[in-house]
Design a binder for this molecule. Structure first.
Ligand code: P71
Length: 464
């Protein structure tokens, strides 16, 4: 094999590591106790007690030397900071949206958008709303409706674009609800609640056409836009020779605006933005932004945060990075599949999702099987994932409980943080937990809030 062939067939981490952070080993007895002290809720564990932390890929990545260099030369002016203009330019180069409104993270952009445009009696359709998006839609009084294609709810279905919106259901929803009660149509790329699955360009284009026909604004929840662009490049006809940035531009060209958490494909530890073409909406959003986030040329971020995001957005679109990123997720997925562990297939862009409904088929959904399996991973190997199931999505606005469509344990990979041997270790822990699955029981919620309860609920293993 010559070097060129080796280069295209082999995927290695496309960076070297210049600064390291120690991780700490604990014993299983210690972890049992730590978990009980945390109310059996991994969100309440201390990070120092976690060996491999896959709770989220949000804000947990390693920044590059290029980003750190940008940080040093930031402009911390309150109004008109050069760092803001660098961010605005970067966002416009990728999205071409006319107005860029910085926010401290994604949910702040959601809060501003939905407070401004949605209200009681409205319906906001999406492929699938993620937790904070759903919560903000509901907080505004509107209903959040998930219209992902059926294949997107079947863990073993290998459709290449399981994040696609069901177009017939979207048309039906518009017919049933009426255009004046739909303030915006959203599409989340990639579809985080449904396995990190991508949305095809064809689907984005079709949703955009439906939105235009009915004169409804169309916004993209763009957190993982670069990963979605990579899936389009590698799975959709006609895009194989296009650069990720060209694909991203085309995705955004079909939308009227976007919300963005720069903690994901902004490759930064904090940050976000709201962007749009409408002058009228932008003015309303900026007015609310001043009330809640800060002046529109920093919006809750320091100048150095804006620098990190401006640089990170382009790093996320780098082909070597994206090839490594998607492959490193698939690498864990392949290992688990070979060992017979049921996962959501194909593997997603930022995470492997374990199918706990299948793994713990003896635990009913409202005894939270994914919560149980996630806790087993911590107890056995110091690994922290997150439940995406009926604890996160089961509570209905009226107060009743309804099982979520899937019971998943999401193992989200922070960007540029863990190496292949960490992943090999992870596979061992997961396979070990899988082998002990019959001994694992369910949980109940001991106490917690009604909204976004997974972040802070205290849980109890059943039988306690
Ligand atoms: C993720 C998160 C954040 C999170 C959620 C649950 C547990 C731990 C961490 C945030 C998203 C997202 C999408 C599609 C908007 C937000 C909000 N995701 N849309 O996946 O995935 O962004 O966190 O910056 O406010 O772990 P924000």
């Amino acid at each position: 094999m010559d070097l060129e062939e080796f280069r295209t067939n082999t995927i290695i981490e496309p960076f070297r590591i210049r600064s390291v952070e120690a991780i700490r080993f604990t014993t299983m007895d210690e972890r049992k106790e730590l978990l009980a002290e945390a109310g059996y809720n991994p969100f309440l564990l201390k990070a120092k007690d976690v060996l491999i932390d896959l709770l989220t890929d949000s804000g947990t990545g390693a920044m590059s030397s290029g980003q750190w260099a940008g940080i040093i030369s930031s402009d911390e002016s309150y109004a008109g900071s050069s760092s803001f203009y660098r961010l605005e330019n970067a966002v416009q180069e990728i999205t071409a949206f006319k107005h860029v409104i910085p926010t401290h993270q994604g949910r702040a952009a959601e809060n501003i958008l939905f407070t401004t445009i949605a209200g009681k009696g409205d319906v906001v359709p999406s492929n699938t709303h993620f937790d904070t998006t759903r919560a903000h839609v509901e907080h505004s009084g509107a209903e959040a409706r998930d219209l992902v294609i059926e294949e997107g709810k079947q863990p073993r279905n290998t459709h290449p674009f399981k994040g696609n919106m069901d177009l017939a259901k979207l048309e039906q929803t518009i017919e049933e609800v009426g255009t004046d009660r739909i303030p915006v149509i959203m599409i989340t790329v990639t579809n985080n609640s449904g396995g990190g699955q991508p949305v095809s360009m064809e689907n984005i284009r079709a949703v955009s056409e439906i939105a235009k026909k009915h004169d409804i604004p169309f916004f993209i929840d763009a957190c993982r836009f670069a990963e979605n662009a990579w899936f389009i490049k590698t799975r959709e006809d006609g895009y194989e020779d296009k650069e990720p940035i060209e694909i991203a531009r085309e995705m955004f060209s079909y939308a009227d605006g976007c919300t963005m958490s720069a903690k994901k494909d902004g490759m930064s530890n904090i940050g976000g933005f709201l962007a749009m073409n409408s002058d009228e909406l932008a003015e309303k959003c900026r007015n609310l932004e001043i009330l809640t986030e800060g002046f529109p040329t920093y919006g809750g971020m320091a100048g150095y945060d804006m620098e990190a995001v401006a640089i990170g957005l382009f790093e996320a679109l780098n082909e070597d990075y994206l090839r490594y990123r998607i492959r490193s997720i698939a690498y864990l997925g392949d290992k688990l599949s070979r060992a017979g562990v049921p996962i959501v297939k194909p593997t997603g862009g930022h995470a492997v999702y374990l199918d706990a409904k299948e793994i713990l088929s003896h635990v009913p959904p409202l005894e939270y099987p994914a919560w149980s399996f996630n806790n087993a991973l911590y107890r056995l190997g110091g690994v922290r994932g997150v439940e995406i199931g009926s604890v996160m999505f089961g509570k209905q606005p009226g107060g009743s409980e309804k099982p979520a469509s899937m019971e998943l344990v999401r193992l989200a990979f922070p960007r540029r943080v863990y190496t292949q041997s960490h992943v090999d270790y992870l596979a061992e822990v997961i396979i070990n937990a899988y082998e002990q699955r019959e001994q694992l029981g369910g949980y109940k919620i001991a106490s917690g809030p009604d909204v976004l309860r997974h972040f802070s609920a205290r849980m109890l293993p059943l039988g306690h």
